[in-house]
Design a protein around this ligand. Structure first.
Ligand code: AMP
Length: 176
């Protein structure tokens, strides 16, 4: 791998408040300006398309990982388009060579990708920095859950500190 890679977990839904896609644009633009190649699920759906559109507008390399059963949904202008057999393989390959993993507002799919990455960081199987972009309080409830894990002894504080929640694009930029 020649450069830095940032992975964005995000919504497949198109029925979300536009403020979440606006935050996605700002975050991807900031990452591109810092020289990151952008990795995502690589489909034309929801925020994933916004992520790829923004990365291309910024002139960054774009890498998408899709399971074969999503053929037809791939973003048309990927620099690297990688097909997998399963969703599990997709998650594994999405993390390949990545130094930054960002969770934008998303649903269960995003939560799944984030939770697996949090577990792998905890087990020292992934060394990406995890940044959760808490746009307009979207992830307040997850932040409380993570703190509750610490209170109940389910999660140790050093690991908890590796799950970085940011509220604004200025805070986000400081993590790049
Ligand atoms: P969600 O957060 O539930 O909208 O799911 C989005 C994430 O899960 C994406 O990053 C994809 O990797 C995966 N995903 C879930 N559903 C879909 C879908 N219908 N099309 C493409 N990717 C999906």
């Amino acid at each position: 791998m020649s450069g830095k890679r940032a992975l964005f977990f995000c919504a497949a839904s198109s029925s979300i408040d536009p403020k979440y896609n606006q935050a996605a644009r700002e975050a991807v633009r900031a990452a591109c300006l810092c020289g990151y190649e952008i990795v995502s699920g690589g489909t034309i759906k929801g925020t994933m398309k916004v992520v790829s559109d923004t990365a291309r507008e910024c002139g960054a390399r774009v890498r998408g990982i899709l399971p074969r059963f999503m053929e037809g949904l791939e973003y048309p202008e990927m620099d690297d388009l990688i097909w997998t057999d399963t969703m599990s393989q997709r998650k594994e390959l999405m993390r390949e060579g990545v130094s930054l993993a960002v969770a934008l507002p998303g649903g269960v799919g995003t939560l799944d990708e984030l939770a697996e990455t949090c577990t792998l960081v905890r087990l020292h199987q992934c060394d990406a920095k995890i940044v959760i972009f808490n746009v307009d309080g979207f992830y307040d409830i997850l932040e409380r859950l993570f703190d509750y894990y610490v209170e109940t002894g389910m999660l140790d504080m050093p690991t908890r500190r590796k799950y970085i929640f940011v509220k604004t694009i200025e805070e986000f930029k400081k993590e790049l």
